[in-house]
Design a protein around this ligand. Structure first.
Ligand SMILES: [Fe+2]
Length: 399
């Protein structure tokens, strides 16, 4: 884990947050670890004795910030989720739904207009995009699942528009999970909403081509990044963070990305985040020529890219953030019933709370029942993720 927010809004490099039970001798305790001073302990620095850890544990310290640039790293790079209490929704899903729908609608209208303006060669006004970014951020804080559910519902004909919004939403959800400051989150969402704006200058025959692109077509497709950069550089009020979301969202760690082919540390944090959310949404989207993958399949595919193309540590964070079965996914249970995930159980991503709706063996709908798969007496478990279209189920009715 290369970055972590330490609670004052700034992002610090090389810190990992790990449970004290996983800390080993040879690691370096950062002075940023909360609670050290309060406990009257001066235990920052290299841990040379087990006693130090025992003393900290006795003082009630449960987790430490370890500086991996100064001491031993940890194989427990999968972090304790960023302050779980901060990730708790402020309001219920039902309560946030209406607001989320309005935000989604506004975002679609705005980005739709921008795309039309850019097509006619006009520059864009970043101000309104920032405003929408704030609203997305607000809704994510209220209840992230409200917007995430909407991003599952897509029209094949509106790919570019919906993809732009969804990448914005995912960016908001992910950067909040990572504990980014409000300002950084808003800039990154703005960049995400605009990341593919250059595609409007690429002809539809290339964008929607079902088969393989010719060399020339592929080169033109890749140019959408430069077209986008050109538009954004002319636009007032664009931040460097937002700009690099656009310019680096197709760069890969191994240097085989485009347009610049920069790799490794040359790719900014914004670029690394953008690549992950962009690929995830592209994989899960229905396109005119193929059906979208389930979130589960998408994560599986991306796991093969992690480390080589994608930032591995950030990707693990992303899995953690999205959870294995996100709200809105349709799953089959081990008793042949289909259910919609309506809530994630903290710490038990494989055992969500679901609404059982359908008997897949008899192919009929059943009386709706809410089941908590994590409950001690519950014998049910998830056996697979199912495509709602296969059973002609409209998830919206059950959320
Ligand atoms: Fe793109």
């Amino acid at each position: 884990l290369r970055i972590i927010d330490i609670g004052n809004g700034s992002i610090v490099k090389n810190l990992v947050r790990i449970a004290i039970t996983k800390v080993e001798v040879g690691m370096f305790i950062s002075e940023q670890t909360p609670g050290l001073k309060e406990a009257g302990l001066n235990s920052r620095g290299l841990i040379s004795r087990l006693e130090t850890l025992k003393k900290l544990q006795a003082a009630g310290i449960k987790e430490l910030y370890i500086d991996i640039s100064k001491g031993k790293s940890s194989r427990f790079v999968r972090p304790i989720p960023a302050r779980a209490e901060q990730l708790k929704p402020r309001v219920g899903l039902k309560q946030e739904r209406e607001r989320a729908e309005a935000v989604y609608g506004d975002a679609k209208e705005l980005v739709g207009n921008l795309l039309r303006n850019v097509k006619m060669g006009q520059a864009i006004d970043v101000g309104p995009v920032n405003d929408i970014a704030c609203e997305i951020n607000e809704s994510v804080l209220n209840n992230a699942n409200a917007l995430l559910c909407l991003s599952h519902i897509r029209e094949k004909s509106a790919y570019l528009l919906e993809h732009s919004i969804n990448v914005g939403i995912l960016m908001g959800v992910f950067t909040r999970f990572l504990g980014f400051s409000l300002r950084d989150r808003e800039q990154l969402i703005t960049g995400a909403l605009l990341h593919d704006i250059g595609k409007i200058r690429v002809s539809n025959s290339i964008l929607d081509k079902p088969g393989k692109l010719t060399g020339e077509e592929w080169a033109e497709m890749q140019r959408h990044v430069e077209y986008g950069e050109e538009v954004l550089r002319k636009s007032e009020g664009i931040s460097a963070f937002a700009l690099s979301v656009c310019t680096q969202h197709h760069e890969k760690l191994n240097g085989e990305g485009y347009p610049r082919g920069i790799g490794g540390d040359s790719i900014s944090l914004a670029g690394r985040l953008a690549t992950i959310v962009d690929i995830y949404d592209a994989l899960t989207a229905d396109r005119c020529y193929h059906e979208g993958k389930t979130p589960f399949e998408a994560i599986k595919i991306m796991s093969y890219l992690a480390g080589d193309q994608l930032d591995r540590e950030l990707f693990y964070q992303f899995i953690h953030c999205m959870s294995v079965y996100p709200v809105g996914s349709l799953i089959e249970l081990n008793n042949g019933r289909l259910a919609v995930v309506i809530q994630i159980n903290n710490g038990k991503p494989k055992q969500p709370i679901v609404r059982v709706i359908y008997n897949a063996r008899h192919r009929n709908f059943e009386t709706i029942k809410v089941v908590d798969l994590s409950a001690a007496q519950c014998q049910l478990s998830v056996s697979s993720v199912v495509d709602p279209d296969k059973y002609d189920i409209d998830i919206r009715e059950f959320l």
